[in-house]
Ligand binder design. Structure first.
Ligand code: ADP
Ligand code: ZN
Length: 709
């Protein structure tokens, strides 16, 4: 199982290639790994799918001793360990899911210094003298995965996590790495404080998940809306979140009635049933899981293509985390939110039932922010990222608002009114009150604060409450105002507001959109991998499923979708070419290489492809040809002169690829050349042939027709 010892400990790139099969590091990975190798602590904030695991897995292989990885969920650990083993890394997990015999074996391997990584639950780490055991062996590093679980402010608080701070004090020489995908400023502070990471370097990559397309629809016959959405995504894996257990059961049954393979999952179902729903999903045996938010934290399945929120989530953190389960493999994926007034009322009822007033207040503000996102008429991604304190340069181009923009208007004057009103009320009030002042409302609160005497009182009486609310929300999303959710959602001006207030800048905003159209736009599934051969992809997928079943692991542990797609594009026919595919490392090459090479070879043979490996420029021309482009279009797609594109096609013909000249040049010309060839004979001298054809027929066209006959 173990990979050969690493000889050059400095070459982490070689490990990345050889063990994991990846050609290059993602942003920050190298810095983090080098920092940990130098013995530094690290705080890593990266979005889901950003590649956090490698940040401690590679140091684990390069440093002496075992890396101890604390992880909150059993299924997550098993998954990571399976994935590591598939790459030939010596890893194990230690948690309550192990029988006593297995547990004893893991401990023996630990003491025998056989492990590179040990995944452990916080309970096990902190009990039964486990820390004493760790003192007896070398430890490469500690990694705390899902580190936000230390924070009470967050939504996944775990009591045991709060005690993990003692790792820093008990093992001062061992680097500690905390990793999370969800952390607002408050949670970030908690993590640093609780885990004793004051000296840690912070590595914060953007929150953005550019491959996820966000769409919000006003709820109207939601089941039909869902079916419409699913119709465009047949066979693709996804999760549908609903608010209550009852709703989950009803919905999954209705989907099954429609012939779809949908499993239900919520905390009220028996353990085995939940387990089997999860397993079936991981193993690509059901298409989707309909679930409450109880589902998903342990789901590392990288090829989830969509996440639907059938009901409005309670806060943006949860929404972002749940939608983040889509597209971990980086391929295009969808997040659909159905949003209705009734849901807001239901969510408010839940919040009203909360005992603790402080918590009620926070939850209520968080819900407002969520509603703000759902009702937004600016780029959804801008709103989301802004909520996490991140600015987006340009609108994203991959959300419903960007793809189907609402009408705009010149809002300079309105913005000035709104901003100066925020200023006049002392930057101490929220949206509702500012709107009341703008509209000149006459109510108790205004009178008791004497706000009817402000210069901005009533300056906006020409607009409805809904319009002003929309304007204020957009000013927040664009960064002219901030809204302090921890402090009664009070509005405050930012630096950016000044030039606008001074009239040095104009501003266009979107007209509020009350009704949205359900536009059917199929996401392209091939970004990053270029066009690939879908029928070969399906065959490779079937092979992957068979191998995975034989070994009792989920299919993605064998290879990810992106890896299969690249195989189906490049059609590697030897080990070298297969190793060049992203996600194919040395160990997997040895384990699965033969099976996949055979499958690709058979496929190429039975489809009349020569089976000759092509160099990439030629292959790209071949792919363009297969898309049905003519010579002009191939040349411009490839950025080549016509003659060179023609030359590629000639070489493809020589390689035995079925290139048809009549498909790439004008029919008229083809007929002329073809007739001339028939008249003069195949072996006619070139000058002869050339002389028999008019000048508007190019030399390379003659070559192509002749070669293809
Ligand atoms: P996170 O824990 O941040 O959600 P993972 O560590 O699970 O993300 O990584 C997400 C996916 O990206 C995994 O399939 C992983 O193998 C892949 N990945 C990570 N780093 C790289 C890289 N440098 N090149 C290619 N793929 C990578
Ligand atoms: Zn957008």
């Amino acid at each position: 199982m173990t990979i050969p010892a690493i000889t050059d400990t400095s070459d982490i790139s070689a490990t990345l290639r050889r063990v994991f099969g990846y050609p290059a590091f993602r942003p920050h990975q190298r810095e983090i790994i080098e920092g940990v190798l130098a013995g530094d602590d690290a705080f890593v904030l990266m979005p889901t799918g950003g590649g956090k695991s490698l940040c401690y897995q590679i140091p684990a292989l390069h440093r002496n001793g075992v890396a101890v990885v604390v992880s909150p969920l059993i299924s997550l650990m098993k998954d990571q360990v399976d994935a590591l083993r598939a790459n030939g890394v010596a890893a194990a997990f230690y948690n309550s899911a192990l029988g006593s015999e297995e547990a004893r074996r893991v401990l023996a391997r630990l003491h025998g210094r056989e492990l590179d990584l040990l995944y452990i639950s916080p309970e096990r780490l902190l009990s039964g003298g486990f820390l004493e055991r760790l003192r007896e062996i070398d430890i490469a590093l500690f990694a705390i995965d899902e580190a936000h679980c230390v924070s009470q402010w967050g939504h996944d608080f775990r009591r045991e996590y709060a005690q993990l701070g003692l790792l820093r004090t008990e093992f001062p020489q061992v680097p500690l790495v905390a990793l999370t995908a969800t952390a607002d400023a408050q949670t970030r502070e908690d993590i640093v404080r609780v885990l004793g990471l004051q000296k840690a370097k912070h590595y914060i990559t953007g929150f953005d998940r550019p491959n996820i397309r966000y769409t919000v629809l006003e709820k109207h016959k939601p089941f039909d809306q869902l079916m419409h959405f699913l119709d465009a995504r047949r066979g693709q894996a996804g999760i549908v979140y609903a608010l209550s257990r009852k709703r989950v059961e009803e919905l999954s049954e209705k989907l099954r009635d429609k012939g779809l393979r949908a499993a239900a999952y919520h905390a009220g179902l028996p353990g085995e049933q939940r387990q089997s729903a999860q397993e079936a999903f991981l193993r690509d045996e059901v298409q989707m899981v309909v679930a409450t938010v109880a589902f998903g934290m342990g789901i590392d399945k990288p090829n989830v293509r969509f996440v639907v929120h059938y009901d409005l989530p309670k806060n943006i953190e949860g929404f972002y985390q749940e939608t983040g389960r889509a597209g971990r493999d980086g391929l295009p994926s969808d997040a659909l939110l159905l949003h209705g007034a009734q849901d807001i009322a239901t969510a408010r009822r839940f919040i009203d039932a909360v005992d603790n007033p402080e918590q009620r207040r926070i939850e209520s503000h968080k819900l407002n922010a969520m509603v703000g996102l759902a009702e937004s008429v600016t780029c959804r991604r801008r709103v989301l990222l802004n909520y996490f304190g991140e600015r987006l340069g340009d609108d994203c181009g991959n959300c419903d608002v960007c793809l189907d923009p609402p009408a705009q208007f010149d809002a300079t004057l309105d913005a000035q009114k709104a901003l100066s009103c925020v200023y006049r009320v002392g930057q101490r009030f929220g949206v509702g009150h500012v709107v009341d002042v703008l509209r000149g409302s006459d109510n108790e609160r205004i009178r008791s604060l004497s706000h009817q005497s402000l210069s901005t009182y009533g300056v906006g009486s020409d607009k409805s409450e809904q319009e002003w609310t929309s304007i204020l929300r957009q000013l927040i999303h664009h960064g002219y105002l901030t809204q302090d959710i921890a402090n009664y959602s009070v509005l405050q001006l930012t630096e950016a507001a000044r030039p606008l207030l001074r009239g040095e800048q104009s501003l266009r905003l979107a007209k509020p959109r009350i009704h949205e159209q359900l536009k059917k736009k199929r996401p392209k599934l091939d970004a990053g991998t270029g066009g690939y051969d879908e029928s070969l992809f399906d065959q490779l997928r079937a092979l992957r499923k068979r191998l995975a079943d034989e070994q009792g692991v989920p299919p993605y542990i064998v290879f990810g979708d992106a890896t299969l797609a690249q195989m189906a594009r490049d059609k590697p026919l030897d080990e070298g070419a297969l190793l060049a595919v992203v996600g194919v490392g040395q160990h997997k090459l040895e384990k699965y290489g033969r099976d996949f090479l055979d499958a690709i070879g058979d496929y190429c043979l039975s489809n009349g492809e020569s089976g000759v490996a092509m160099e990439p420029p030629l292959r790209d021309t071949w792919l363009a040809y297969q898309e049905g482009l003519d010579l002009d279009a191939i040349a411009s797609r490839r950025g080549l002169p016509l003659t060179q594109a023609a030359d590629h096609l000639l070489r493809l013909i020589e390689l035995g690829q079925p290139v048809l000249a009549e498909r790439v040049i004008a029919v008229k010309k083809y007929q002329l050349i073809d007739a001339a060839l028939a008249r003069l004979g195949e072996s006619a001298a070139w000058e002869h042939l050339r002389g028999a054809l008019p000048a508007f027929v190019a030399d390379h066209e003659i070559f192509l027709v002749r070669a293809g006959r």
